[in-house]
Design a protein around this ligand. Structure first.
Ligand SMILES: [Zn+2]
Length: 425
C-alpha cells in the first residue's frame, strides 16, 4: 500500500511549494478583497492595496486576524460566497462570547476531505478499512471532519459518536475495527475501561487523536495501553476543522502541515514578527484553498516551532511542526516560572506507576499563587516522588497528592486538567 494519498503534491520540493503558495496567496487576497467588506476594511486600515500583494514576500505586510474577529463577525459577516451555496456549518466557543463559525460550500467540504484523506493514508489506513469515529456528530467539527475524509478515502465507517464506551468496545470487536478517531482523553478512557473489564481489541492497529494537546509520554501510554500506533492530528474550526492543517507521519517527528493548502508561520507573540525555524512562538495560518471564510494570517493562540523543512524519512516535504506545546491563554506563571500544562503532564507520565489522570490546581491564597498536583498512581508512588520529579522540571516544588486509580473525576469530551482555587483569610 502507498502511504500517500496525493504523492505528487505531498513530495514537491520546498521551492515548488513556495511557488504554489505565492500564486495561491495572490488569488486568495484578490478573492477576499472582491467579496468581503471585513477584509477590505482591514487592508485599508493597514494602508495596503490588495493588488500590490505579489507573493509570499508581501505576506508580512498583511495584518493578522484572530479568534476575536470570528466572534465579532458572528454569524456570517466574513462570508465570501453566496449564502445559497453554503452546505454545512461548524461552531466552537469564541473568545468574547459569540461562537467561532466556520461555514462550508461544496468546494470547502471537498478541500477538508482531501486534507483528511491524506491523513488517513499517512496513518496507514486504505480503501475498505474499517474505522470508528468517536467524536460527536454535531456542531463540533470532529465527527463530520473524520466522516467527510473517510467518504473520500473509501473507508467503512462506524459512526458511533461520543459516549457509551462499553458499546464502543463491543462494536470495535464485532466489526474488526482497524482504526479509531477521537479526542486524546477518549483514547485514555477506552484504555481504562478495557483494563476494568479485562478485554482487548485485537483488530485495532491505529488511533488518530486530536483536539487536545498531548505529550510524547501520554501518547506512548495510549499506544501501549491499546496496542496501537497513535497519530497527532491537527486542525481547528477557524482553519476548516480537524486534519486541515495536518498530522504527524509514521516517523513521528512533527506534524506535516499541508503547505499547498495553508501557509504556516511562527511569530513572536510580543513583536508579532516572524521567527526563524526552530524558534518557539505562536502558530499563524493563511488558508490558500478555501472559499466561504478564508483566513489570512490567523493567529491560532497555539505555541509551537517548526522542526524542519527538509525531506522527512517518510518522503514528504511539507514542513514539520512540533507537537503543540500549549495555548497562549494556557500559560501559567507561578513563583516567577512560566510553563504550560503539557510540561507538567510530560513530567508526571515519566514517573513509573503514574496513571493517565491528573489535575493541575492553581491555588491563590491571599493573592499568592501556588501549585498542587493530584495524580492517580499505582501503589508505591508517593507524593514526595511527584514533588521531587516536578521540581527538576519547574525549579520549584509543588504539592503532590497521589490518588488510587479511578478516583479522580472524569469528564465526557475534552478533558479539563487545570483548576483554579481562590482562598483568603
Ligand atoms: Zn514524514
Amino acid at each position: 500500500m502507498s502511504l500517500f494519498w496525493n504523492e505528487g503534491i505531498e513530495t514537491k520540493s520546498q521551492d515548488e511549494i513556495r511557488c504554489i503558495q505565492s500564486e495561491r496567496l495572490k488569488s486568495v487576497i484578490e478573492w477576499v478583497a472582491a467579496r468581503s467588506e471585513f477584509h477590505r476594511a482591514r487592508f485599508k486600515e493597514a494602508g495596503i492595496d490588495p493588488k500590490d500583494i505579489d507573493g509570499l514576500d508581501d505576506l508580512v505586510h498583511i495584518p493578522s486576524m484572530s479568534k476575536a474577529d470570528f466572534s465579532d463577525n458572528y454569524p456570517l459577516k466574513m462570508l465570501c460566497v453566496d449564502r445559497k451555496t453554503l452546505r454545512e456549518v461548524h461552531l466552537s466557543s469564541g473568545s468574547t462570547g459569540a461562537p467561532v463559525v466556520m461555514a462550508y460550500d461544496d468546494h470547502d467540504l471537498d478541500q477538508w476531505a482531501e486534507c483528511m484523506a491524506r491523513c488517513y493514508r499517512m496513518a496507514g489506513i486504505e480503501e475498505g478499512d474499517t474505522i470508528q469515529i468517536t467524536p460527536s456528530f454535531g456542531l463540533f467539527n470532529g465527527g463530520f471532519g473524520f466522516y467527510h475524509g473517510a467518504r473520500k478515502a473509501g473507508l467503512f465507517i462506524i459512526p458511533t459518536g461520543a459516549g457509551n464506551t462499553l458499546r464502543q468496545i463491543k462494536l470495535m470487536n464485532d466489526f474488526h475495527v482497524k482504526a479509531i478517531m477521537g479526542v486524546v482523553s477518549y483514547g485514555i478512557r477506552i484504555m481504562e475501561v478495557l483494563q476494568e473489564i479485562n478485554q482487548a481489541i485485537p483488530s485495532l492497529k491505529i488511533g488518530m487523536f486530536g483536539a487536545e494537546t498531548f505529550s510524547d509520554s501520554m501518547c506512548e501510554k495510549i499506544e501501549n495501553g491499546l496496542g496501537i500506533e497513535a497519530f497527532d492530528i491537527y486542525g481547528m474550526t477557524e482553519t476548516g476543522g480537524v486534519g486541515t492543517t495536518g498530522m504527524d507521519c509514521g516517523a513521528h517527528n512533527g506534524i506535516h502541515v499541508w503547505e499547498d493548502q495553508y501557509i504556516l508561520e511562527v511569530i513572536d507573540t510580543q513583536t508579532l514578527k516572524p521567527l526563524a525555524d526552530g524558534e518557539e512562538g505562536e502558530v499563524v495560518f493563511t488558508s490558500l484553498n478555501r472559499q466561504a471564510i478564508p483566513v489570512i494570517r490567523l493567529r491560532t493562540g497555539d505555541i509551537s516551532r517548526v522542526i524542519s523543512r527538509d525531506r522527512c524519512p517518510c518522503g514528504r516535504t511539507h514542513a514539520r511542526l512540533d507537537r503543540i506545546k500549549g495555548r497562549i491563554d494556557d500559560m501559567l506563571i507561578i513563583k516567577g516560572v512560566n510553563f504550560y500544562p503539557r510540561q507538567i503532564e510530560q513530567a508526571l507520565m515519566d514517573i513509573t506507576g503514574v496513571r493517565s489522570h491528573y489535575q493541575i490546581i492553581i491555588e491563590d491564597i491571599n493573592g499568592v499563587k501556588d501549585l498542587r498536583i493530584n495524580v492517580e498512581a499505582d501503589e508505591g508512588v508517593t507524593g514526595y516522588m511527584v514533588e521531587k520529579h516536578l521540581k527538576e522540571v519547574l525549579g520549584f516544588s509543588p504539592k503532590g497528592d497521589v490518588f488510587k486509580p479511578g478516583t479522580l473525576p472524569r469528564q465526557e469530551g475534552k478533558a479539563v486538567r487545570v483548576f483554579f482555587e481562590k482562598r483568603g483569610d
